[in-house]
Design a protein around this ligand. Structure first.
Ligand code: SF4
Ligand code: SF4
Length: 203
């Protein structure tokens, strides 16, 4: 029927409006003053319209949320190479980055001068980054990931917003905390890849 979609949309809006008041009546002040109320407002089952008292309150972001990238680094308790960046300086992320805001300088062997698969420098201009996630999608080594930290504003555009390796590096355990499902899927895929490689070598 012509106009049915409009009526359905209006119905959703009306439902949300009514729920806003019924939820406030149901929860009373508890909706805004208790942890339970905050959890309810964050949950997908919440109803009605509500205010988030940012920055005192921050809604949890979903696992797939993405802001600027970070570089994965071994945890400090990694047995062999604590603090090692996973990046191999292959340059793929810099190539696929649509606004070209990644710059990488490959490291070299101090004795032979030959390039080694490790970055000497790595910069991302986070003001140019458009948070598309291509770098993380295309990295063949799971070495760059999209962060959840969105509070990056500052008055110092020049030095504060061009992130160097030190600023970009975050431990694997951080990635496992913010994206546990994805991190586990990647771990399993890496393990399967290693097993397949070992089987090929044995042949
Ligand atoms: S694609 Fe991955 S491994 Fe290659 S340079 Fe970028 S972060 Fe490093
Ligand atoms: S998220 Fe997109 S724009 Fe930002 S650095 Fe990665 S590829 Fe470039």
């Amino acid at each position: 029927m012509y106009g049915l979609g409009i009526l359905q949309g209006l119905g959703v809006t009306l439902k949300r409006l009514v729920e806003t008041y019924t939820e406030d009546l149901k929860w009373g002040l508890k909706r805004y003053t208790t942890d339970e109320g905050f959890s309810n407002r964050q949950s997908p089952d919440t109803a009605g319209i509500f205010t988030v008292q940012y920055p005192e309150e921050k809604l949890a972001v979903p696992e797939r949320f993405r802001f600027v990238p970070f570089l994965v680094v071994n945890d400090d308790d990694h047995p062999e190479e604590p603090g090692k960046y996973w990046c191999t300086a292959c340059g793929i992320c810099a190539k696929v980055c649509p606004p070209q805001c990644i710059w990488i300088l490959r490291d070299s062997d101090p004795e032979t001068g030959r390039p080694v698969p490790y970055p000497a420098k790595f910069w991302i201009d986070i003001d140019i980054c458009m948070n598309c996630g291509f770098c993380a999608e295309f990295c063949p080594f799971d070495a760059i990931k999209m962060d959840h930290d969105y509070e990056l504003a500052s008055y110092d555009r020049t030095s504060a917003h061009v992130y160097d390796m030190e600023k970009l590096g975050k431990p694997l355990s951080y990635w496992q905390t913010i994206a546990p499902t994805r991190a586990e899927e990647e771990r399993l895929a890496r393990e399967a890849g290693e097993l397949a490689k070992a089987a090929r070598r044995r042949r």
